[in-house]
Each structure stands twice: as C-alpha cells, then as structure tokens.
Design a protein around this ligand. Structure first.
Ligand code: KIV
Ligand code: ZN
Length: 388
C-alpha cells in the first residue's frame, strides 16, 4: 500500500529565528534556505516580511533562489501585512501567504478586545484579501491548542469557504497533551465544512517537551502537514524538531505516512544551522545530538559490537552520521576495549586483554573518557608484546 505523504513545512527561518539571542544575517538565511530546498522540505517559511526591511528583503531573495519548495511569508490578519508579504513572495515559483488571528478566549479578550463574530469576520477578510495575490493561502488559528473545538471548527469552515488551502492548528503555548491534540485534529477533520479542499497542519511548541509527540498525534488523526524547525529551535522551549518527526515516520512504516525528506542530509543540516545560529545542539538530542549513536556502558557496547541492532533502532548512515561510536569510560567492558584497540592496530589475546583492561580501569577512573592516544599509552605502560 502506498504511503500518505506528510508535507514538511520548515519554519527555521521564521519561528526558529525568534530564538532569543540568535540572529541570522541575509546571506546566512539564503544558505540555509538553499540547504532546506536540497533536504526536500515542501514549504520554507522564509520570514515575516512586514516585521523589518531586512526580513522583507530576505524573503524576497529566498523567493528568487529556491527551486523546488513553496516559499511562504507570515502575516497578521492585517491588509498592509498581506500586501507586503505578497510583494516579498512574488518571485517564488510557488508562493504562499500565511495569515491568521488568535482564536482562544484569552487572545480574543486580551489581545483583540473583541468577540467571536468579529474574529471570524477578520479571518475571512484576511484570507479573501490574500487570495487576491496568491492561490495558496494558509490560515493559522493562533492558540488553537487552547481554543474550544466547536468554535475552531466554525472559524476553519469559514476560512475554507473563503479559499484557505491549509488550516494551521498551532499549539502556540505548547500546552496540549498528545491525546488532546490528536482529538482536536480528528474533530476538525470530521467537522470542518469543505475540509476536502484544504489540509490540516500541525504547529506545535515544546513548552512541556511534547511538540514532537503532539505533531505525530496530529498526523495520526488526519493532519497532512507538520510545521517544524531544524534542531527544534524556536521561541522559549522551541518548536517541533524536523529531524525527529521525519525519522519517527520513517521508523514506523505501519503508520503508512512518510515525507520527501532526504534523511541522509539531516546531520549536516543540523550542524549547519547550529553553527550559523551559534546555538549548540544538546549532546543527548534525538537523531542529531553528539551522543545519539554513542554507546558507553559495557553491556550496550558488547551488544552493539555483536550486532548494531541490539541497541540501535536507526542506522546512523540513514541520517548522515558515519558510524556509531564506542566511547570508552570506566563503565566499558573488555569487548569495547578490544574493539577500540583493534581499530588502532592492536590484536590483543585474551591474556593480554586482561592485563590491559586492569590498567585501563585505573586510567578510566581518573579520566572521563579514554581516547585512542590513551590506549597507546596504556598498552606501552603494560609492557607486553603485542602483534600489531
Ligand atoms: O505558534 C504560533 O501560533 C505561530 C503562528 C504565528 C503560526 O507561530
Ligand atoms: Zn509558532
């Protein structure tokens, strides 16, 4: 059975770039956009054109440069925003305007001092206006995670009727539980009038560490687009991490969902974004963290040396990592030491290994990690004749 495609909407250059203390210049944004296109994302949200002349120019330059992906600019439900975004994306092969408004009680009352009827009117007017510039209009219902489902379905039905092609359901504050977010998608899939004319999109924030789980719950319940960023960067605790959702769908073929991402480029792309933004990736980050394929305890090392699949669910080569690493620490066993020694040219007999291992443990208790240079030294300290 052929798999259903989940579109990847990358917002590294818009929501991701809102990381406190990080800023990309125009040239860096172009380099990242080109790499995202090569990676195979379906949509690049290039920026928020009304926010500054610099952002406007970046969105325009990215629109001219990108060959395959749709290029999208964000707006509020404000005429001037939409006009400026339309101008910024006009050179794109596939332009999209992403407009919207807050729909939760809190946004309606505190942000807009408005009411539900007026919010629907503004949403519809924004979509209709954006449609006068581009065919592809995505609507976001900001704080949809905390919006009552019935009202949300009413807003979505109205904007689909006005021509919206994508319905973005953001969990703006990262509040939802996966079950709740999945149920919201299911409700919308079943209750939005004319839903066959649009696709539902997941846009999740990571305030409770649930962005990835919520996005997966969303696509398991009818959504067909995930909005995400490289390394999960974004405001506060960040957005859904692109590499995580891509690999979850790939590692779980029974979900019958997949993306067009070339996963072999994930690791390099992660490095590139981390370097350009000056934002290190946490070592234990899933898929792209420095320790994602590193094994340091004796039991795991012994298993991985016998057969990688004992403790690895992903072949590192599939995400562009050369190979798994066996890290030598005081928790490592003989198998790991023999393996690493062999890699640098020492074939140890069982008796030799016993001697070297005792010395190794003394070293390892003093040092956090034993590296190749240390192994040479340990072997020379042991003063044993070894075939090399
Ligand atoms: O989190 C959010 O609600 C957003 C919208 C502006 C799409 O980023
Ligand atoms: Zn967001």
């Amino acid at each position: 059975m052929s798999k259903d495609k989940v579109q990847i909407f990358d917002t590294t250059l818009r929501d991701g770039e809102q990381v406190p203390g990080c800023k990309l210049d125009a040239k860096q944004k172009l380099i990242i956009a080109e790499r995202l296109d090569l990676l195979g994302v379906d949509v690049i949200e290039a920026g928020f054109p009304i926010s500054s002349p610099g952002d406007f120019n970046s969105v325009m330059e990215i629109s001219k440069l990108v060959k395959n992906a749709t290029v999208c600019g964000l707006t509020r439900a404000v005429k001037k925003d939409i006009e400026v975004a339309a101008e910024a994306v006009k050179y794109a092969k596939r332009p999209r305007i992403h407009t919207g408004i807050g729909t939760s009680e809190s946004h309606i009352k505190h942000k807009f001092n408005s009411n539900k009827e007026q919010i629907i009117e503004r949403a519809v007017a924004a979509v209709k206006y954006a449609k006068t510039f581009v065919e592809d209009v995505e609507f976001y219902a900001e704080d949809a995670g905390r919006t009552d489902n019935e009202f949300l379905a009413k807003v979505c039905s109205a904007v689909v009727k006005a021509g919206a092609t994508v319905l973005n359901i953001p969990d703006t504050t990262g509040y939802c539980l996966p079950e709740e977010y999945g149920a919201k998608m299911k409700y919308l899939y079943e209750n939005v009038e004319g839903i066959h004319k649009a696709i539902l999109s997941c846009h999740c924030h990571n305030d409770l560490g649930l962005a990835t789980a919520n996005s997966i719950a969303g696509v398991m319940n009818g959504a067909r687009q995930i909005e995400c960023t490289i390394n999960g960067i974004g405001e506060r605790a960040g957005n859904t991490s692109l590499e995580e959702v891509v690999m979850i769908l790939r590692q779980h073929p029974n979900l019958n969902l997949d993306t067009d991402i070339n996963s072999k480029l994930l690791y390099d792309t992660s490095l590139m974004v981390s370097n350009k933004m000056g934002m290190p990736v946490q070592p234990n980050k899933a898929i792209v963290g420095a320790n994602a394929f590193a094994h340091s305890s004796g039991i795991h090392q012994d298993g991985v040396i016998k057969n990688r699949e004992t403790y690895e669910i992903i072949d590192p080569a599939d995400v562009g990592v050369n190979e798994s690493s066996i890290v030598l620490t005081a928790r490592s066993g003989r198998a790991a030491l023999a393996y690493r020694a062999k890699n640098i040219g020492y074939e140890l007999t069982k008796t030799q290994l016993d001697v070297v291992y005792t010395e190794f443990l003394n070293y390892a208790d003093r040092k956090k990690e034993v590296v190749d240079e240390d192994i040479h030294e340990i072997i020379s300290v042991c003063k044993i004749e070894i075939e090399t």
